[in-house]
Design a protein around this ligand. Sequence first.
Ligand SMILES: Nc1nc2c(ncn2[C@@H]2O[C@H](COP(=O)(O)OP(=O)(O)OP(=O)(O)O)[C@@H](O)[C@H]2O)c(=O)[nH]1
Ligand SMILES: [Mg+2]
Length: 287
Amino acid sequence: MKNQESLQSLRNSLASLPAWASERIMQQIRQLTNYEPMIGIMGKTGAGKSSFCNALFAGEVSPVSDISACTREPLRFRQQVGEHFMTIVDLPGVGESRARDTEYVALYRQQLPRLDLVLWLIKADDRALAVDEHFYREVIGEAYRHKVLFVISQSDKVEPTCGGEKLSTEQKQNISRKICQLHQLFQPVNPVCAVSVRLQWGLRVMAERMIRCLPREASSPVVSQLNAPLRTDAVNKKACDDFGETVGSVLDTVSSMPLIPAPVRTIIQAVRDTVVSVARAVWDFFF
Ligand SMILES: Nc1nc2c(ncn2[C@@H]2O[C@H](COP(=O)(O)OP(=O)(O)OP(=O)(O)O)[C@@H](O)[C@H]2O)c(=O)[nH]1
Ligand SMILES: [Mg+2]
């Protein structure tokens, strides 16, 4: 119901346009509000992938079976919160034998273009990173590095472990060292994050970074899947700004279409900023 009212406010802000133009714009805005993000998750077995996804995302999870006979096919989970869906793709590979690399190159080439982001978990006490580095260089390749966000998982396992309910100062220093080490090793496009699901530590910062790494059209739909405590003001603000900008680019795209009559183009340009501010104002109702 709220969605319908919000769509109506947007439609009203386009009222000075001919119906065909406003309908075309509305159709693309509806697509933005229904966008279903796809997030990949990688890491060796036991890195904490399942625990991490449960800590990060709310929502009902349903496994999605793939029809393909390929044994290396990734597992897919579809999550639902309210009317929004998101797919998590559990990507296989890291830590297995190099002999399978050609198979993984094919698999990743097929998957990476469709993924909005890849969360790559590295367990805090994992020192055997040569295999991860090799995989990052050879399998992910340069074209998709901007989609990878490295996450140091189980940070409470960094030395000196105490089993307590808080990280010690020394542990925090060692986590910083680990972050620097990963930056040197991978030279990642996005900054490395560190979390501990057991201590519920680092998750907010991680969620904020994740929202920043996402393509603009994906950030609001991913925010709608986050566990409530991770929906910080910063996260909501970034997603709302992104939504406003994507709505703005819908209008820009329509107004720059070659066959648009000049007077219609002028109206689109005139209402653009109003439509963007309405989109931002109703963001809460959509996401
Ligand atoms: N101490 C600690 N243990 C954790 C943390 N996160 C996960 N674990 C534990 O690590 C083990 C592996 O976690 P999973 O989430 O199953 O790891 P996974 O990467 O999904 O493993 P596979 O599905 O086998 O690939 C479990 O026993 C978790 O309870 C953490 O932050 N701290
Ligand atoms: Mg798992």
